[in-house]
Design a protein. Structure first.
Length: 320
């Protein structure tokens, strides 16, 4: 059974549940409880942040909370908004796809850290807050009962798990509601048929700032294997997708856009006008696709047969 397969592997670390916390209403402080029911694909029963999304349960290391207490701060459990305080597990060493087993409960890490949209009281008092940087978020794969003091086992991600992808459409007109986004849904359909797990689809106006922020978030926090953008690769002043991609990448992968343009030139000479680029940020591949649905399909036919090997190399599952 899926929910117990991890028990057959050697855990990366073994710790315990130091605290369980929940809040009844969003925007209010969490309070500690001695035990809780975890519901599959939902979260902690009674917690305001539970739901059918990827951030069902939040976790933070008790050792990191104690560094603030050592500075004289009187912090209750859950002060950083976390559901679970762990002990003796280095959460910062985990990655998206890692699993945490607590008895019959199984959690899968879906996000590392988060964007802080406002300064909480802890930040105001200390000038720092660890939850956006060191907190992790998970979804509940298998539910069950958890008590404070229960053992936790941390497991590495399954190397054979599906490839994860995100899709970002860049279009001023689609963002304004003046026309439908045709390319994004088409890319999602093609990727789903190829057994990719499409975790997010995003629609943005053309330009750099918003795109750069999303590329960074999806690469660093969601740690998706691959991001496809569509639109913003032409000659218009608002076409800034290649510049945003190059700005956030650690390394460029020129072979991908070279292959796309070479094949597309056999279809239309206008392919030479495309400024598509591709690169790698940490362990995420980013590839620009055109705005045309027809061109997106043609480019994916070129890219998809080879890209799985690149993902496997970045995951550490394959040599060059």
């Amino acid at each position: 059974m899926e929910d117990r397969e991890d028990k057959q592997k050697e855990p990366l670390a073994v710790g315990r549940v130091a605290a369980l916390c929940r809040s009844d209403v969003k925007g209010t402080h969490k309070y500690s409880i001695p035990e809780a029911e975890f519901i599959a694909d939902f979260g902690m029963e009674g917690d305001a942040h539970a739901g059918h999304w990827h951030r069902q349960v939040s976790l933070l290391a008790r050792e990191r909370v104690d560094t603030y207490r050592a500075k004289g701060m009187n912090l209750a459990d859950g002060a950083f908004g976390e559901n679970v305080d762990t002990e003796s597990i280095d959460l910062t060493a985990l990655s998206v796809g890692s699993r945490l087993a607590i008895g019959e409960v199984l959690l899968e890490v879906t996000q590392i850290g988060k964007n802080c949209h406002g300064h909480c009281p802890i930040f105001e008092a200390t000038g720092d807050c660890i939850m956006p940087r060191e907190g992790i978020f998970a979804k509940v794969i298998a539910g069950g009962h958890v008590k404070t003091g229960d053992a936790i086992e941390a497991f590495a991600p399954d190397p054979d798990r599906p490839y994860t992808a995100a899709i970002i459409t860049l279009s001023d007109r689609a963002f304004a509601g003046e026309r439908a986004d045709a390319s994004g849904p088409l890319i999602q359909e093609i990727l789903s048929d190829q057994k990719f797990d499409v975790t997010e689809t995003i629609l943005l106006p053309d330009g750099r700032e918003g795109l750069e922020k999303e590329l960074i978030r999806l690469s660093d926090q969601r740690q998706v294997d691959i991001i496809f953008t569509t639109g913003g690769t032409g000659f218009s002043d608002r076409d800034q997708t290649p510049e945003a991609t190059a700005a956030v990448c650690d390394r460029l992968t020129p072979g991908i856009p070279e292959a796309i343009r070479a094949a597309s030139m056999q279809i239309t000479p206008k392919a030479m006008l495309s400024r598509q680029t591709a690169g790698i940020r940490k362990h995420t591949i980013i590839i620009n696709l055109p705005g045309s649905p027809k061109a997106c399909r043609e480019d994916l036919d070129i890219v998809l047969p080879a890209i799985g090997h690149g993902i496997d190399v970045l995951r550490g599952n394959s040599g060059e």
